[in-house]
Design a protein around this ligand. Structure first.
Ligand code: HEC
Length: 180
């Protein structure tokens, strides 16, 4: 399955760069300039779309394409600045998008579910796991629910890209505006 192999690649990147004051490096090991400076650069949005699909489309939908797990990006350029977008890629834990905080749920059966709450009623809660699969759990079967401080978007994804590719991805996302 395509998405599974992409997750394996992801795990590699994520494990390589988790630290508070990391120096961010691109795929070639070149140090990235500060976000404010990167945000001033103009990228190639079409090329950015090509980079986005395999590394980001496994968790984000754009106009119906990709997997519905993280926030839909079809209008991200209206909601966010290019600087915000770059920050989200370099440091996903800094700002967690409202409604996308992860929860760890323990069930009486000793099973666990980890994901984003996509729906909730008085008696049930629906958890969306990485990959987009949804499971509806009865609240009566739940022992505990713990909100996770960390984003379900792994840090270190920028290391999939050259500096130019990263700028292209930011340019692409910023070009996606809400349809009137
Ligand atoms: C494993 C799943 C996953 C992958 C892969 C992933 N993201 Fe995310 N992303 C999320 C989740 C979940 C959130 C919401 C939580 C948060 O804000 O950190 C998010 C949030 C974001 C946001 C801010 C939310 C918004 O609506 O403004 C941006 C921008 C973003 N991701 C871009 C990217 C880009 C670019 C890539 C590829 C380099 C990528 N993501 C890869 C899961 C993922």
């Amino acid at each position: 399955m395509r998405s599974l192999s992409a997750f394996a690649i992801l795990a590699l990147f994520a494990s390589s760069t988790i630290a508070a004051d990391v120096v961010y490096k691109d795929r070639n090991g070149a140090e990235l300039p500060p976000i404010a400076e990167l945000a001033k650069r103009t990228g190639d949005a079409a090329k950015g779309a090509t980079s986005f699909a395999p590394f980001c489309g496994i968790c984000h939908q754009i106009n119906g394409a990709g997997i519905d797990f993280g926030p839909n990006m079809s209008d991200v350029g209206t909601r966010k600045t290019k600087e915000n977008i770059l920050e989200s890629i370099l440091n996903p834990n800094a700002v967690i998008e409202p409604g996308f905080q992860a929860e760890m749920i323990k069930l009486e059966s000793d099973e666990m579910a980890m994901g984003i709450i996509s729906a909730e009623t008085e008696t049930e809660v629906t958890v969306k796991a990485m990959g987009g699969a949804k499971t509806t759990l009865k609240k009566a079967d739940i022992v505990s629910r713990t909100k996770q401080a960390a984003s379900m978007m792994p840090p270190g994804l920028h290391a999939a890209f050259t500096t130019e590719e990263l700028v292209n991805v930011a340019e692409y996302l910023f070009s996606l505006k809400a349809k009137k």
